[in-house]
Design a binder for this molecule. Structure first.
Ligand SMILES: [Zn+2]
Ligand SMILES: [Zn+2]
Length: 346
């Protein structure tokens, strides 16, 4: 099968023929119909060294963990009544299916988890990929494959909104207008936040969020974010999301939080960072960290897409085949106005 193969940092992914995946007893094989390019993969392919804190991406790896497609093979012990041709998306991690974390819908916490994109399990920048029957979800007919491939990033935003204990009437500041920030904005709107303001150093990125539930955008390169937020909402934000994850961004989030405010760190900063505990202590700020999602977040995202209660299709700004995939992947390493770029392997 065709796949976009990583060889080393600094080298574009190369489109090659590699072995087709075989299903284990409890697995399914998916024909990939759509796979989104994720910022995590961009970083992973760039900072592939020990100091970065990222696990090694071995030469020969295939990334891609935001995908949907059709079932083309079924392991002999796979449970769930799966049929060839079923339209599905899946959680990218494959767990053992029997440990407490797997039973709780958290395969990424499974002690025997098989991740995606490493050597053990090639990802979905490919024609076919292996998925766990237990981690697979049906896509209703009215949910497209591209929307199915958005379920993973939507689950990230949903999990973050839940970690914020979001209440109707909350006033929200989201620092960072990338795909994670937009997904968070979408769910804050869903849960009835009163103001949802996105700040970004690139105004065009912040403004994009207003198409996904944000009520205002702030140009953090020119405006005083705290003052501007106050003008918009009449007070400091009750919830601040750090959707950037670079050194210093958590402190900025704490700075913006009021006394008894909530700070939710959803950006993934992989290097050591400083923040001033006293400021957070004096304010009694609640700080919550987010990692991944749970099965219920995937289920909820699929249902809300199917019921038309969230509109995420606009997150896909570009679709490419294998011929243009590698160039599209490289282009995303530089500032661009793309939100989600999708691989359509067929
Ligand atoms: Zn991702
Ligand atoms: Zn397990």
């Amino acid at each position: 099968m065709k796949a976009a193969v990583f060889h080393r940092s600094g080298l574009p992914l190369s489109i090659e023929n590699i072995a087709d995946p075989e299903p284990g007893p409890n697995d399914l094989i998916l024909k990939v119909c759509a796979c989104g390019i994720c910022g995590t993969d961009l970083h992973w392919s760039e900072v592939n060294n020990e100091e970065s804190g990222w696990r090694d991406l071995h030469p020969g790896s295939v990334m891609g963990h935001e995908f949907a497609g059709e079932v083309v093979a079924i392991g002999r012990e796979a449970k769930g009544g799966w049929k060839i041709g079923d339209r599905v998306c899946a959680m990218p991690q494959m767990g053992c299916a029997i440990c407490p974390d797997c039973l709780a819908g958290r395969p990424h916490r499974c002690p025997n988890v098989i991740g995606r994109g490493g050597q053990d399990n090639p990802g979905a920048y490919s024609e076919y990929t292996r998925i766990g029957a237990r981690e697979t979800l049906h896509l209703p007919e009215n949910v497209s494959f591209q929307e199915g491939a958005l379920v993973e990033p939507l689950a990230v935003g949903l999990h973050a909104a839940k970690r914020a204990r979001l209440k109707p009437g909350d006033t929200v500041l989201i620092i960072g207008g990338g795909p994670v920030g937009l997904s968070v904005a979408l769910w804050c709107a869903f849960f009835g936040a009163r103001h949802i303001v996105v700040s970004d150093l690139v105004m065009a990125r912040a403004e994009q969020a207003t198409r996904f539930g944000a009520t205002a955008a702030i140009d953090a390169s020119k405006e005083n974010v705290a003052e501007r937020f106050n003008q918009i909402a009449g007070a400091a934000p009750t919830v601040v999301f750090d959707a950037v994850g670079v050194p210093g961004s958590m402190q900025i989030a704490i700075d913006h939080a009021p006394v008894y405010g909530r700070v939710v760190v959803v950006g993934l900063c992989m290097v050591a960072d400083n923040f001033k505990p006293a400021e957070a202590v004096i304010k009694e700020v609640d700080i919550a960290f987010c990692f991944c999602y749970e099965r219920v977040d995937f289920d909820m995202a699929v249902d809300m897409l199917a019921q038309g209660r969230i509109d995420a299709a606009g997150l896909v700004t570009h679709t490419v085949g294998f011929d243009d995939f590698s160039a599209a992947f490289e282009a995303l390493k530089k500032p661009s106005d793309q939100i989600k770029v999708m691989l359509a392997p067929a």
